[in-house]
Write a protein that binds this ligand. Structure first.
Ligand code: S3P
Length: 442
């Protein structure tokens, strides 16, 4: 994707945050709005769509399967749904860039179509585990080929009869759950998925919003085939995973007082707030409302002295994307922070345990990676050079670290910030962070 184009984020030390900020739309909800809107009967209007590269990959994939989609233009997308059986075979492989959610959810959705399709991605996506979706789908009768390592490219052979499944997920993964629910719309019998811990439930909420019934019973969710999706209008909430950078930034920078507007506060995503509060953060939640079937609120965050904690394991799936920046919070906290039960971080856009530990050590922080987490002793942060390994959230996390650094931090390989947070450096500078983005060639 970046083919030699090394975008560098440079962060000068110091700064404090103030003012009001709206972050871009939620990535998970934006993906699902394109998928369900495309399969619906009628025209779906989406506001607040995240125009990041991951979501654009999903949008382009559906265009390539014959769906007429207008936009995005200032977050507005109009999808002319083709109905449950209206997708057409794409003429080329569908390239999904860096987007794991797109690949895993599409694999389920496409397993039950009448045509063959190949899914490809960038280097990071092509090294991420796909057997977690292809194996249960194969049990349902799908025919999908992976590489010998269980990775993309994925060759999906359509025209298979899919059967029901009663699946106990071995890992807490919303992507696996969602993949099977989407395949379940095309199966002969019910698909039942049980999760070992609560994971984000945007797929379930949006299916209901589009009028497709599902049943929830404790940790189990069940979908029956034969339903219809009816077009609707929906507003995508601000992404709490993007807001998280500012929750930590305003907590660790002196004299900060920042308000974040319209942030999605789905209870399966609010771990970052619970964890930061347990560390002593001053976060106020107000103006609670609903948008697009999701709870939304405004957040006010002020500087606080954070303290180290053992992060409760039940919060891990609820904050799974926020650990890069939570590690920065830990580096600024008094005492030791211990994360356990987070092995999944090793198979995200990068190995977030190793890459964050390497980066923290590069700027003088005492960080020890473990198999399933990290031990971080709070203290001072120095300057230095960081390799983000092309991982958007690693890059943005170290931009936040600059607020408490004693010298300049230069973060390499940051082009992928655009996958989830276009214009990050501009928005961050607008509220007081000293970060700038420059494109160079490596
Ligand atoms: C996502 C689920 C999570 C998360 C990812 C988005 C989703 O992955 O890390 O960024 O939209 O369903 P897992 O379900 O694999 O943990």
């Amino acid at each position: 994707m970046s083919s030699g184009n090394n975008v560098v984020l440079t962060v000068e030390p110091g700064g404090s945050l103030s003012g009001t900020l709206s972050v871009p739309g939620d990535k998970s909800v934006s993906h699902r709005s394109i998928m369900l809107g495309s399969l619906a009967e009628g025209t779906t209007e989406v506001e607040g769509f995240l125009e990041g590269e991951d979501n654009l990959a999903t949008l382009n994939a559906f265009r390539a399967m014959g769906v007429d989609i207008e936009g995005p233009s200032n977050g507005r997308v109009v999808i002319h749904g083709v109905g449950m059986h209206g997708l057409q075979a794409p003429s080329e492989p569908l390239y999904l860039g860096n987007a794991g959610t797109s690949m895993r959810l599409l694999t389920g959705l496409l397993a039950g179509q009448a045509f063959n399709v190949e899914l490809t991605g960038d280097t990071s996506l092509s090294s991420r585990p796909m057997r977690r979706v292809t194996e249960p789908l194969a049990e349902m009768g799908a025919q999908i080929q992976t590489t010998g390592d269980g990775t993309a490219p994925l060759h999906i052979h359509g025209g298979q009869e899919l059967h029901g499944i009663d699946f106990d997920m071995p890992v807490a993964s919303a992507q696996v759950k969602s993949c099977l629910l989407l395949a379940g719309m095309y199966a002969q019998e019910a698909v039942r998925v049980t999760e070992p811990a609560p994971t984000r439930d945007h797929t379930e909420r949006m299916l209901e919003g589009f009028g497709y019934p599902i049943q929830r019973d404790g940790a189990t969710v069940c979908i029956e085939p034969g339903g219809q999706l009816k077009a609707c209008s929906l507003t995508v909430p601000g992404d709490i995973s993007s807001a998280a950078f500012f929750l930590v930034a305003a907590s660790i920078a002196p004299d900060s007082d920042l308000t974040l507007k319209g942030i999605g506060l789905n209870p399966t995503r609010d771990g970052v707030i619970n964890i930061l509060r347990a560390m002593g953060a001053d976060i106020e939640v107000f103006n609670k409302r609903q948008a697009g079937g999701e709870p939304v609120a405004d957040l006010r965050v002020r500087t606080a002295q954070l303290k180290g904690i053992h992060i409760p394991e039940d919060q891990v799936p609820l904050a799974i994307d926020e650990f890069p920046v939570l590690f920065i919070a830990a580096a600024c906290a008094e005492g030791e922070t211990l994360l356990t039960g987070a092995h999944e971080l090793r198979v995200k856009e990068s190995d977030r345990i190793q890459v964050m530990a390497d980066g923290l050590r590069a700027v003088g922080v005492d960080a020890t990676p473990t198999d399933d987490g990290m031990v971080i002793r709070g203290g001072s942060i120095g300057g230095g050079e960081i390799d983000s390994h092309g991982d958007h959230r690693i890059a943005m996390a170290f931009a936040v670290a600059g607020l408490r650094a004693s010298d300049t931090i230069a973060i390499n390989d940051c082009a992928n910030v655009d996958t989830s947070f276009p214009r990050f450096a501009e928005l961050a500078s607008g509220v007081g962070m000293r970060v700038s983005s420059t494109a160079g060639y490596s």
